[in-house]
Design a protein around this ligand. Structure first.
Ligand SMILES: [Fe+2]
Length: 379
């Protein structure tokens, strides 16, 4: 990382987007969009020339030690978990209190949603920006402008759920759901994971020697993005196209909670070996990774680590779908992202969350996605 005292925010420059994604593209081709330091280089799509690191193990922790332990237990957990996340930006949690049966139910309902909803119905909810987040349905190959990901996606933020929220607009489930019976089902998942937002953040901050509660207010009824991913079985032509299941990227959020998938494919960049690590923890466990917001406010201490979804080694992608349902934890658009005190000379200036978020993600959605909002101004 650069040690410059203040990293002024890069502003995306107006540029004609490529008419067709370049399958040879690397992350540094789009580095002007990033709002935290990312000095490494990797190809967005999986390639035969990629190297894998089979010797590195992403660590697993018993979250019950933090949730139910005494002060010493919490401190011990925070130190171990914090060190693991500082090293690679990823870890795995067990004993987190969410019943595996809920994940089985969500997995089945996700497959049902994608395979029984007509394309016409899906397209009525086509993704568009609301606040910071592009919300709604993403057709296959259209998750982003920069890579033809072989995945269908669907993103719902807090406003799509009948959940407590201060920014209540008249709630009409049919505005968000192709069949309103899905809302209470997926709401169970959102609520179960929302209960983990503060404990996970508290453990991360405690691991850095900070006040564990420094983000408690911001995380109360905060915004999030629940994304369902449906990776369909690949026909031979798609399999040979050179496109990956999900491009290499970093999450833009504070952190992401990702229940382990039934089908492997997640790969994590190890900055130490400069190779990819296959991460395939047991079902029922949770993968936790830190994102760009967190790297920014921790002055690069907790990294936003690159990851992607490749094809399973056993070739099962030819006849088997893969399903995942990560939830990205955000702060509301008008919050200020500022380096937390106690973490050295700030490398970054304070920035409004909507500016930070949309400058970063205009990489995926086009330069006009970025919303410039002054620190003290209204959006
Ligand atoms: Fe991600």
């Amino acid at each position: 990382m650069e040690a410059s005292p203040v990293n002024t925010c890069r502003r995306p420059q107006k540029k004609q987007r490529m008419s067709k994604p370049d399958l040879q593209a690397v992350n540094q081709d789009f580095i002007r969009y990033d709002q935290v330091e990312k000095s490494h280089t990797y190809r967005l799509a999986e390639s035969d020339s990629d190297e894998f690191d089979d010797g590195y193990e992403i660590q697993t922790f018993d979250f019950g030690q933090y949730l139910h332990g005494d002060a010493d237990d919490r401190q011990a957990f925070a130190e171990g978990f914090g060190a693991a996340v500082q090293e690679i930006g990823f870890s795995v949690l067990t004993n987190h209190g969410v019943d595996k049966a809920l994940y089985d139910e969500i997995d089945a309902r996700t497959e049902e949603l994608f395979t029984t909803t007509s394309l016409e119905d899906k397209m009525r909810f086509r993704a568009q920006r609301y606040g910071s987040v592009s919300q709604g349905y993403f057709p296959i190959r259209e998750t982003s402008d920069i890579h033809p990901d072989l995945v269908e996606g669907w993103v719902w933020c807090r406003r799509a759920f009948d959940m407590p929220q201060e920014r209540r607009e008249p709630f009409e489930p049919a505005d968000f759901w192709p069949d309103v019976r899905y809302e209470p089902i997926f709401r169970q998942l959102a609520l179960a994971h929302e209960a983990l937002f503060k404990p996970i953040a508290q453990a991360m901050f405690q691991g850095l020697g900070l006040d564990p509660h420094v983000y408690d207010d911001k995380l109360t009824n905060t915004n999030f993005g629940l994304r369902l991913n449906y990776y369909p079985p690949l026909a031979a032509k798609e399999d040979a196209s050179g496109a990956g299941r999900l491009l290499g990227h970093e999450d833009v959020d504070l952190f992401t909670i990702l229940p382990a998938s039934k089908v492997s494919g997640l790969q994590v960049w190890n900055h130490m070996s400069r190779k990819w690590v296959r991460l395939d923890p047991p079902e029922g466990s949770l993968i936790i990774n830190t994102g760009d917001y967190m790297q920014r406010i921790t002055n690069d201490r907790l990294p936003s680590t690159s990851h992607r979804v490749g094809k399973p080694l056993d070739g099962s992608h030819r006849d088997k779908a893969r399903i995942s349902f990560p939830i990205a934890v955000y702060v509301w658009e008008d919050e200020i992202l500022d380096v937390l005190p106690g973490l050295g000379t700030p490398k970054y200036e304070p920035i409004k969350a909507i500016t930070f978020h949309t400058r970063s993600t205009s990489k995926f959605y086009g330069d006009d996605y970025a919303v410039e909002s002054p620190l003290n101004g209204e959006r």
